[in-house]
Design a protein around this ligand. Structure first.
Ligand code: PMP
Ligand code: GLN
Length: 396
């Protein structure tokens, strides 16, 4: 039988809230990579696993029967304690592991549960554009209206216009959704920018959801959690995830830190999405968070070298390169190559030169702003990046 896309009464099966969201670009492009055998610099996942001792910790937990049955709803105490310790040691932020930390199925569930819990239908959610794709879908599932504020290139990086942000906050605004370090542009918001955002949130009494999954991947400048600014701790839900920091994206261990009231609200939604997840992996990530500083420095320095390697290769191939301050993505402009349609370019790239990338255009409402922008991931082995650069040079 042919796939049924509508009922006999011709009502589309996929509801109106989700109608604009087909297959995610990451799934489409990874499938294209598999089909063509191209080098996959699209979807952001490392091609080598994280630390051996963390993997072994997961094996041990599994063998010892820890986490094989439903873990506690908020997450295992060991992990909640490790998360609270991490926020304390790194940022001087104090969270009660029992009331102010919630473990989620990756950052993705943290985002969805937060929006489902905190947004009423019709509320506006102000988000930076380009936005990570699940933001738009989760806002839509919550019945909210997204109000994008576009990051625009200036002097080599994508910048936030604070006046534009201020203008975007209407009386219907409920929540500000931020992401720093920012996927896909690699922008790391500065102390001054964050202070201005915080002041606006306080002035307009907004809730803030801040996605900081790339907190350990900062090469220039520093990561400052938004929750550390005056008046912010009580209105901010901070999201992070083990996927990026420990190179185990398949384990889907994420978390939020916030006030008891906000954590309780988010848990109300989360318990009906997955209830719990990743039992044995929670034990392993509790250990991972306590790795010595040399681990975090090593990860950053390794990725910094890879960033520079791929950025130079892309520039050599004729792309305009926006060297990221953080994350493991490089955004490029393809117009110097005589191209202007990022999606068409990315769909053709595997056949042309054997490389897969992500069209940033799908992360924009303002189609013109994103038309010629393409993202490449550099969380890959050095020889893979070198080969990709060689192939991309054939575009010249
Ligand atoms: N937020 C951002 C900005 C991301 O890039 C990603 C993708 N890794 C996520 C959230 C989702 O993280 P997770 O895999 O932990 O669900
Ligand atoms: N966060 C990853 C990226 O930006 C993708 C995660 C996913 O496939 N949903 O590439």
């Amino acid at each position: 039988m042919a796939a049924m896309t509508s009922t006999p009464r011709s009502r589309p099966l996929l509801n109106r809230r989700l109608a604009e969201f087909g297959t995610t670009i990451f799934a489409e492009m990874s499938a294209l990579a598999v089909r063509t055998g191209a080098i996959n610099l699209g979807q952001g996942f490392p091609d080598t696993d994280g630390p051996e001792e963390v993997r072994e910790a997961a094996v041990r937990a599994l063998r010892d029967g820890r986490g094989n049955q439903y873990p506690p709803g908020p997450g295992i105490p060991e992990l909640r304690t490790a998360i609270a310790q991490h926020q304390q040691d790194r940022y001087g932020l104090t969270y009660d592991p029992d009331r102010e930390v919630l473990v989620t199925a990756g950052a993705t569930e943290a985002i969805a549960a937060s929006l489902l819990a905190l947004v009423e239908p019709g509320d506006e959610v102000v988000a930076l554009e380009p936005y990570y794709d699940s933001y738009a879908a989760s806002i839509a599932m919550a019945g909210g209206t997204r109000v994008p504020v576009t990051l625009r290139p200036r002097e080599g990086r994508f910048r936030l216009d604070l006046d534009e942000l201020r203008d975007a906050v209407t009386d219907r605004a409920r929540l500000l959704l931020l992401n720093t370090p920012h996927n896909p542009t690699g922008t790391v918001l500065s102390r001054d920018e964050l202070a201005a955002i915080a002041a606006l949130a306080v002035e307009r009494d907004l809730l803030v959801l801040t996605d900081e999954v790339y907190e350990h991947l900062v090469f220039d400048g520093e990561h400052i959690p938004l929750a550390s600014f005056p008046g912010m701790r009580e209105r901010t839900v901070t999201i992070s995830s083990a996927g990026k920091t420990f190179s185990f994206t398949g384990w889907k261990v994420g978390w939020i830190t916030s006030t008891p009231e906000l954590v309780t609200a988010v848990r109300s939604a989360k318990q009906f999405l997955t209830y719990v997840s990743s039992g044995p992996f929670q034990y392993a990530i509790a250990e991972a968070l306590a790795l010595p500083e040399s681990y975090f420095t090593g990860l950053r320095e390794d990725l910094r070298a890879k960033r520079d390697l791929l950025a130079d290769g892309l520039a050599d191939a004729g792309f305009e390169v926006f060297r990221p301050q953080g994350t493991y993505f490089i955004t490029t402009d393809i117009t110097p190559l005589g191209e202007k349609d990022a999606l068409a370019f990315c769909r053709a790239l595997p056949e042309r030169v054997g490389v897969v990338a992500i069209p940033n255009s799908v992360f924009y409402d303002d189609q013109e702003a994103g038309a010629g922008l393409v993202r490449f991931a550099f969380c890959k082995r050095e020889e893979v990046l070198r080969e990709a650069a060689t192939r991309l040079r054939r575009l010249r």
